[in-house]
Write a protein that binds this ligand. Structure first.
Ligand code: ATP
Length: 354
């Protein structure tokens, strides 16, 4: 079990900076997600925590001890890769027990530990089987078994479910999370899949171009994105951006969009310049009498809800509304936005004004 502190961590490859000064804390026992698009520096960050890559500058602390320049073998961290590399010529039992054998653990103790891990993972009945013929899920379980059997301080997982098909992936994600909840070991998990991060993570770091854009619990990141990048990356469909130039007068508590006024929360009052009004699709509602008018472009049926694409005076947006509201392309509708769910961004910096 371990708390992991990252302080101003940076990695340069030649004159390319893969990770810029990054700081965050992973609490003991947390399931922690490193999320972002391909090439944003997630894997490099994970490798620096594990000791597979040494930082150019900055520090990594594991359980209060500075390990920044220590090699991986001195950090007591287990790494689970996407391509679960198992030893193909060995059976399941030997694959799992291998790390203990190489530590020189007595046979009786190894037997007991493997039995315990097999029970946790529900793979007791395949211990004698060769790994070659196993299904993807069982291979994944064996790889996890090999990682957890030596009871490391923390687990590093780099897109461990990336190679699985969608349905099975969801099942394994649930299993992995349940396993974590039973074992309570600190886990750092890399993914580019925002849904996976939101569903599985206790906390999320969102990275882009080597920079930590935001760090927090999933709901905070969804409801209060710190930047336009986060607002766009998280959520499906993503947050709508309505661009406008103007002032949000102090004390007036309204924002003026194309001549129409919307209430804005007190903390956003006083903003001015090139502003972006951010609203999630589920916080856009239809109201026949609302003065802010839009034209329906298309509607996509999703069961209980539908996603409606709309042309507004400030750009194209999407609304998620109940399916029982009849809508068709060409309809003129009035829109209202729930003021509690508006995020205002500065267009120049891309940062939320809060
Ligand atoms: P992906 O999901 O595609 O793996 P990522 O967010 O994990 O992306 P990293 O693998 O950390 O990204 O890579 C970040 C950037 O650093 C990329 O542009 C990558 O090409 C570069 N990079 C990573 N390792 C090296 C290396 N050893 N030498 C040079 N550049 C590297």
């Amino acid at each position: 079990m371990a708390q992991i502190i990252i302080k101003n961590l940076r990695k340069d490859f030649g004159d390319f900076t893969a990770v810029q000064e990054s700081s965050f804390t992973i609490e003991d026992g947390e399931f922690f997600m490193l999320l972002g698009p391909s090439g944003c520096g997630k894997t490099t960050t994970l490798r620096m925590i594990a000791g597979l890559e040494l930082p150019t500058s900055g520090e990594v602390f594991i359980d209060g001890e500075e390990v920044s320049q220590k090699p991986a073998r001195e950090r007591d961290i287990a790494f689970v890769f996407q391509m679960f590399a198992l030893y193909p010529h060995m059976n399941v039992r030997n694959n799992i027990s291998y790390p203990l054998k190489s530590q020189g653990m007595p046979k009786a103790q190894i037997k007991q530990k493997v039995a315990e891990v097999a029970r946790i993972l529900g793979i007791e009945d395949i211990l004698g089987k060769p790994v070659g013929g196993l299904s993807g899920g069982d291979r994944q379980r064996v790889a996890l078994g090999r990682a957890i059997v030596r009871e490391p301080k923390a687990f590093m997982m780099d897109e461990p479910l990336g190679a699985l098909d969608a349905e099975f992936r969801e099942h394994m994600a649930e299993e992995l999370r349940a396993l974590h909840d039973r074992m309570g070991a600190t886990t750092v998990y890399v993914t580019h899949d925002q849904l996976e991060a939101m569903q599985m993570g206790d906390k999320i770091v969102v990275m882009n171009h080597g920079v930590v854009e935001q760090f927090g619990v999933p709901q905070e990141i969804y409801d209060w994105p710190a930047t336009m990048f986060v607002a766009d990356f998280i959520g499906s469909p993503s947050m709508n951006f309505l661009h406008f130039q103007g002032d949000v007068a102090k004390g007036d508590s309204t924002v003026h969009l194309d001549g129409h006024s919307f209430y804005v929360p007190e903390q956003l009052q006083g903003a001015s310049g090139d502003l972006v009004f951010g609203i999630r699709p589920e916080n856009v509602s239809f109201s026949d009498s609302a003065p802010y008018r839009a034209l329906v472009v298309a509607s996509e049926y999703l069961g209980t809800t539908q996603i409606v694409t709309l042309d507004t005076p400030n750009g194209t947006i999407k609304a998620r509304i109940p399916s029982d509201r009849p809508v068709k392309a060409g309809d003129a509708v009035g829109l209202t936005f729930n003021p509690r769910n508006v995020t205002l961004f500065d267009k120049g910096t891309g940062k939320a004004l809060l």
